[in-house]
Design a protein around this ligand. Structure first.
Ligand SMILES: NC(=O)c1ccc[n+]([C@@H]2O[C@H](COP(=O)([O-])OP(=O)(O)OC[C@H]3O[C@@H](n4cnc5c(N)ncnc54)[C@H](O)[C@@H]3O)[C@@H](O)[C@H]2O)c1
Length: 457
């Protein structure tokens, strides 16, 4: 194999290997982000192998079953690169790594139940690389990590067997992923990306590679930790701003002011960036990214008050949703206990099939504690068991059996539900947490309506 090896710290060699399409790529972690990444590399003509510990996923991929049905545009690419034998998957990390020049890590970086970031997938693979990485390879970490993780942890993990020395016979860099689930193809081909290397030469080499595959603007950062700091800053900015409008919306509700009207007008001002209030902030990024920065702050003895309070507000929003439904039940002289409530939307955000850290789960648990018989409907989950409940697959049939409903996720499909459908419920009680329902139309239909942050109608 060694005669095939490209020296990944030599710009000229990498350029030659790209142009001749002889550069061999291994993507470790082929989930939501890693699979589209691997497919993009394969589509550019580079031989690409995906590694994952999930045997079913690997088996599905190798038997041509595309696992990311809610990522438009990728199924064709998947079929195409599989047919051309440019992409395959394996659980055998050693074989894949030893036959590759470029190793991309798209491993999960979740947090534990105490909100402590969990980097175990990266540290396990880092230790494995220490034993199996071929000298002169380049490792690029795409996972979202705290600033300093590469410098303080990853390099020493990969070097620990003594075979490999940074900048001597292996290199590392980062290219943090910015894509939005459900829009990954669009984001991969349009959004600028951050690039940071262990030195300037490696940064240039990473730019060369990503330019070959993605042709998007590549923002050169001075080092890995700065690139990771930018990635976290952009996401935590959103977490904090959502908390800001969510908190304001609670007050506007009491003041008889419609937050949606406030925001639509506010966004006319050139420097206002609109964020919407909601049932809470979930997903694999925003909440975790805030806790990643809080973790860094704690490690170095700094306090990040704004991020802390933002998290507190966002984590309290599901409680407010339960207050809204409870209040609507009071108005209709019904008790929540033994009532039937339909949760519309269980994904953590609109138009994706993903329930990671979804506020819907907390709302379901809180309602169940109050004795509610909870039903779930989400167009992305038909007859699937989620949060211990089987999802419904026919909205028209289930609504008349319900006492009330709560729109938790703003899926586009929900915008097309005629308002009259909700008046078919036994008590016509509706809570909208995403500003989808027009309160005036709801009132006309004699629906007992509560909109999160919406007063004054
Ligand atoms: N999903 C997003 O919206 C998004 C957006 C931007 C950045 N990110 C970041 O990208 C990274 C990956 O996230 P994701 O959403 O693709 O996660 P994911 O859970 O969908 O995929 C991760 C994959 O890694 C595999 N894996 C876990 N441990 C492994 C190991 N030891 N060896 C090999 N494979 C292993 C899992 O089986 C899984 O298939 C995270 O750091 C995340 O924060 C995610």
């Amino acid at each position: 194999m060694s005669d095939l090896k490209t020296n990944m710290s030599n710009f000229g060699e990498v350029e030659k290997a790209l142009n001749s399409k002889s550069l061999r790529v291994c993507v470790i972690g082929i989930g939501r982000i890693g699979l589209p990444t691997a497919l993009s590399f394969a589509k550019s003509g580079l031989q690409t192998i995906g590694v994952d510990i999930n045997e079913n996923l690997v088996e599905d991929i190798n038997s041509k079953k595309f696992p990311l049905k809610d990522e438009p545009g990728y199924e064709n690419i998947f079929n195409n690169v599989l047919e051309k034998k440019l992409f395959s998957a394996t659980t055998k990390i050693e074989d894949a790594v030893s036959n590759s020049d470029l190793i991309l890590l798209s491993l999960p970086t979740p947090m534990d139940k105490n909100n402590i970031p969990d980097y175990s997938a990266l540290t396990i693979v880092g230790s494995q690389l220490s034993e199996i990485l071929t000298p002169n390879s380049l490792v690029i970490v795409e996972s979202t990590i705290e600033p300093g993780f590469i410098e303080n942890e990853m390099i020493s993990l990969i070097s620990k067997s003594g075979r490999l020395k940074i900048e001597d016979n292996f290199s590392i860099g980062v290219c943090p992923e910015n894509a939005n689930p459900g829009e990954i193809l669009h984001d991969f081909t349009n959004l600028p990306r951050l690039v940071g290397g262990i030195n300037k030469n490696i940064t240039q080499i990473i730019k060369l590679i990503y330019n070959f595959v993605f042709s998007v603007d590549l923002i050169e950062m001075s080092n890995c930790k700065t690139a990771n700091a930018v990635k976290l800053t952009t996401n935590v900015f959103r977490d904090i701003n959502i908390a800001f409008v969510s908190e304001l919306s609670l007050m506007f509700e009491k003041l008889g002011i419609d937050t949606m009207k406030v925001l639509e007008a506010a966004k006319m001002k050139y420097n206002f960036q609109i964020h919407y209030p909601g049932a809470g902030v979930g997903g694999p990024c925003l909440p975790i990214n805030s806790y990643q920065l809080l973790n860094t702050a704690q490690r170095i003895g700094v306090k990040l008050n704004m991020i802390e309070s933002g998290r507190r507000i966002n984590e309290k929003m599901p409680e407010h949703v339960v207050e809204l439904i409870s209040n609507a039940f009071d108005e209709s002289n019904q008790t929540l206990e033994n009532s039937k409530i339909l949760i519309l939307g269980i994904s953590y955000k609109a138009n994706v099939r993903d329930v990671q850290l979804s506020p819907a789960k907390i709302i379901v648990e809180k309602l169940q504690k109050l004795g509610v018989d909870v039903y779930l409907y989400d167009p992305f989950f038909n007859s699937t068991v989620i949060f211990g409940l089987e999802t419904q697959n026919n909205l028209e049939n289930i609504l008349p059996e319900m006492d009330g409903a709560i729109i938790v996720t703003g899926h586009d499909d929900f915008k097309n539900i005629p308002i009259s459908s909700f008046s078919k419920m036994k008590h016509s009680i509706l809570v909208d947490t995403r500003g989808i329902i027009d309160p005036v139309s709801a009132k006309k239909e004699k629906i007992i309506f509560r909109g999160l942050g919406r007063g004054g109608f």
